[in-house]
Design a protein around this ligand. Structure first.
Ligand SMILES: [Zn+2]
Length: 119
C-alpha cells in the first residue's frame, strides 16, 4: 500500500497517509486535510453544540495553531492542555463517528500529566 505525505491545513503537521485516508479526511473537512489532533479539536468544537459550523471550527483551530507556532514555548503548554482536554472528554463519551483508523492515538491517551488543565 502506498502512502503520501499530507500536510495539516491548520498546524502544518505532516503525516504519511494512504490516499484513501487523505480523501476521507478531505471529504469530512471541506476539502482541507487536517491532522488527527486538529481533526479532534475541530470535531470537539462542533460537537460542543455552540452552533458553529465545521468551517468555523476549522478556522478557529487554524488560528489557534498559527498563534501557537508564533509563541512556541507557551503554545506547547496550551497544546498539551488542549489535547488532554480532548482526550479526557473522549474517555467520558464514546466517539460519535465510526472507526477513524487512528487507534494508536487512542492507545496512548492515558498517562499524561494530571495537572495540565489549569486555565
Ligand atoms: Zn493539525
Amino acid at each position: 500500500m502506498s502512502t503520501r505525505t499530507a500536510t495539516c491545513d491548520c498546524c502544518g503537521f505532516t503525516e504519511e497517509c494512504t490516499p484513501a485516508y487523505i480523501a476521507a479526511v478531505r471529504a469530512e473537512y471541506l476539502g482541507r486535510w487536517v491532522c488527527g489532533l486538529c481533526a479532534e479539536a475541530v470535531r470537539d468544537e462542533v460537537r460542543r453544540g455552540a452552533g458553529i459550523t465545521t468551517a468555523e471550527a476549522l478556522d478557529r483551530q487554524r488560528a489557534f495553531a498559527r498563534a501557537a507556532r508564533r509563541a512556541p514555548g507557551r503554545a506547547a503548554v496550551d497544546l498539551v492542555a488542549a489535547v488532554s482536554r480532548v482526550l479526557r472528554r473522549r474517555l467520558e463519551s464514546p466517539p460519535a463517528s465510526p472507526a477513524q483508523g487512528r487507534r494508536k492515538a487512542a492507545a496512548s491517551g492515558t498517562g499524561c500529566g494530571t495537572d495540565a488543565e489549569d486555565a
